[in-house]
Design a protein around this ligand. Sequence first.
Ligand code: NAD
Length: 254
Amino acid sequence: MNSPYTIKDRSGIVTGAASGIGRATAVHLARMDARVALVDKDGHGLEKTRLLIEEKNSFSPLVFESDVTQETAVREVVAETVAQFGAVDFLINSAGILRRTAFFEIPPAEWDLVMNVNLRAAFLYCQAVAPHMVDRGRGAIINVASLAGRSCSILGGAHYTTSKHALIGLSRHLARELSSKGLRINAFCPGATLTPMTLNVSSDEEIEAVATTIPRGRWASPEEQAAVIGFLVSDAAVNITGACIDSNGGALMV
Ligand SMILES: NC(=O)c1ccc[n+]([C@@H]2O[C@H](COP(=O)([O-])OP(=O)(O)OC[C@H]3O[C@@H](n4cnc5c(N)ncnc54)[C@H](O)[C@@H]3O)[C@@H](O)[C@H]2O)c1
């Protein structure tokens, strides 16, 4: 009998795959023998992820240098992935941006940018993929939200916190509408994780200070977060839909 944790021969899309949690997730899912389509606007980062996958796997990922906020591009990525792989079994929306601007100083254009990347792009990808998943009667969507969607961001501004709260709302609503059709839609909520997103905006002292607020006493690695996403994609999580899965070292307790 196959382990319910296996995703061998499944296929799907990972956005934000050029860096951090998205890259670690794409590599992890490929190691679990899934076929992955990598999406990011950072072509160099995508190339590195592609090489990481090809180092250990006998197959190559699909690679799309593409902006997740562009509706036409999103539809093209999904159509091409279905054409090449024959199916999209999973979608991981991990592309995101962080801005730290204080509330009174947030320019409306920056508000729109954060909302477009962190929220609207996930809406576009879910809407492009869901009809295909409904036709097949199965599919797993994981929207990478944040601890900032469960409480309030320590590192990001009001727009970041708002976008992550809304992404959890989107995930829950989709689960309400689509779980009876065989889809599972969940929000994944990482806490502090050492990736370029956080390292680029934090001093060493701040990284230390944040660690002291986490009961586990340390930041997570992207690989630790990817392993949880691998579980959520697998049939072992068959009864989990409409959930927020926290992975934060206990930070939500404090
Ligand atoms: N690192 C953390 O501590 C942390 C904590 C909670 C949630 N998250 C969330 O996890 C997700 C991944 O973050 P990360 O830490 O890996 O960040 P990261 O910066 O390492 O990776 C984000 C990726 O998204 C891509 N991206 C941004 N805008 C894009 C666009 N318009 N089109 C295509 N690609 C785009 C970037 O190029 C980058 O490769 C994000 O949604 C983030 O909000 C991160």
